[in-house]
Design a protein around this ligand. Structure first.
Ligand code: HEC
Ligand code: HEC
Length: 402
């Protein structure tokens, strides 16, 4: 019954269903309220009215099916970062895929290993997905809205083609009337309503649409497909000689509900792999990006600067279709970044100096000794991580994540 309701809701907003909601297992985990919430989040996620010039939505920079900026993917060498709603301003960082972002744990300090883990963004500054979703609407180089109240008014205006659905869903999910959105009585109320917008978007990001587990890798894991010899060799090198597995976890784990959790290809930690400063004219003039260690709260806790230059280990799911690569989009192709891992510290290769020389990891990468064929095999393996090889396998029930 839940499944049928979800299909109806998705059909109502004119999108095809591709997520892993089909099985009774997943259906039984998700109540009707949660489905309404995800549907509301879906409308908000695609609503261009929520940007200053009514020309940009979350979906513009995180477009399905792989949830990245198509302008970057089409021209990664010249377009490493996204343009904002005003069509001239841009941020300094490459838009990561929003797929599988739901799996990042709460940002926290792990005292046992002495590491920061989790969070959203390249520097983890948003603890959770909902916290993350509050940022882009108000970011001047993204959707550029002047205030939370202004975002709420755009949701509640009659001219919004979603008006009726917003009215119905805000009431059924949060008990909120359109009048309240249009005209909150206090800052406290404005903040609470804005938090609901972010909460609904995060519910949508936890659905099967974003988390398909439908790659060739997933099919091989399930015993339903086989790697080519090159892909299989690439996997062996990834896990062995090249040591990618040390940060991009490639073995299954256990989910909070006890079921098998397929690998996310990240351990959600932070590292400085020594990526050079971008020479792209869009961002070449930017200040040095210090990543995690540049955050004011981290600086306050860690005056020694041990986190400077570190960025989140990103998931490698869908990596072949989410160019460019690295926090500043320095690498246009997978071949480039794999060659960088292999040869960063080989003098004859003449890689430019790292953007931040402090804390560069010189132990696990930089001179891996891979042959050209081995590099190509690693790339072939990475290409098996793209969703859409087959139907979603739905190995995992959502959403037990922050
Ligand atoms: C103008 C392009 C743009 C728009 C619009 C945009 N984003 Fe992003 N998004 C980015 C960039 C760039 C980053 C990385 C920024 C950083 O790390 O500092 C990012 C990061 C993220 C992440 C973090 C992923 C991870 O693994 O850390 C998520 C999730 C996300 N965005 C979702 C959204 C949602 C939801 C919206 C709408 C409310 C949105 N984005 C609107 C460009 C955009
Ligand atoms: C020591 C930890 C570590 C190891 C080992 C490692 N990586 Fe990474 N990887 C990272 C970090 C951290 C980032 C993000 C760095 C940045 O953008 O500054 C990253 C980013 C990437 C990206 C770009 C992700 C994106 O969304 O743009 C790719 C592709 C990648 N790694 C592949 C590999 C491969 C292939 C190997 C093995 C040859 C490997 N990594 C080994 C830590 C590691």
């Amino acid at each position: 019954m839940h499944c049928i309701k979800h299909i109806a809701a998705i059909a109502a907003v004119g999108l095809t269903m591709s997520g892993g909601w089909g099985s009774a297992h997943a259906g039984s985990m998700i109540g009707a309220g949660a489905l309404d919430k995800a549907t509301l989040g879906e409308l908000l996620y695609f609503d261009q009215n929520l940007s200053i010039n009514r020309n940009q939505a979350c979906a513009s920079c995180h477009t399905p099916p792989h949830f990245v900026d198509p302008a970057n993917v089409a021209n990664p060498a010249n377009s490493p970062v996204s343009l904002g709603s005003d069509r001239t301003l841009n941020g300094g960082r490459n838009a990561p895929s929003a797929a599988y972002a739901a799996f990042s744990p709460l940002f926290h300090w792990n005292a046992t290993d002495g590491l920061y883990i989790g969070g959203q963004f390249w520097d983890g500054r948003a603890g959770t997905l909902a916290e993350q979703a509050k940022g882009p609407f108000l970011n001047p180089v993204e959707m550029a809205m002047p205030s939370k109240g202004a975002v709420l008014k755009r949701i509640a205006e009659r001219a919004n083609s979603n008006f009726d659905r917003y009215r119905k869903l805000f009431y059924s999910v949060y008990g909120v009337k359109t009048d309240q959105l249009r005209d909150p009585e206090s800052d406290v109320e404005t903040n609470a309503l804005y938090d609901m917008v972010a909460d609904a978007i995060s519910a949508f990001e936890k659905t099967g649409k974003f988390n398909q587990f439908s790659s060739k890798f997933d099919y091989v894991l399930a015993g339903k497909a086989a790697f080519t010899p090159s892909e299989a060799n690439g996997q062996a090198i990834f896990n062995g000689k090249a040591g990618c597995i040390a940060c991009h976890t490639s073995t299954s784990g256990t989910a909070p509900d006890g079921s098998v959790m397929p690998p996310m290809f990240t351990d959600f930690t932070y590292d400085n792999i020594g990526i050079p400063k971008s020479m792209n004219p869009l961002i070449a003039g930017n200040a040095i990006d210090q990543g995690l260690g540049g955050r004011a709260d981290i600086v306050a806790r860690d005056p020694s600067g041990s986190q400077i230059g570190k960025f989140k280990v990103m998931s490698l799911r869908n990596i072949a279709v989410t160019a460019p690569y690295g926090h500043n989009g320095f690498f246009a192709t997978l071949e480039d970044i794999v060659h960088f891992y292999n040869t960063r510290d080989v003098a004859s290769e003449r890689w430019p100096a790292p953007e931040v020389t402090q804390n560069v990891n010189t132990e696990e990468l930089g001179n891996l000794g891979l042959s050209a064929q081995e590099e190509a095999d690693v790339v072939a393996f990475l290409r098996t991580l793209t969703d859409g090889y087959g139907a979603p396998l739905n190995q995992f029930a959502f959403p037990p994540f922050p």
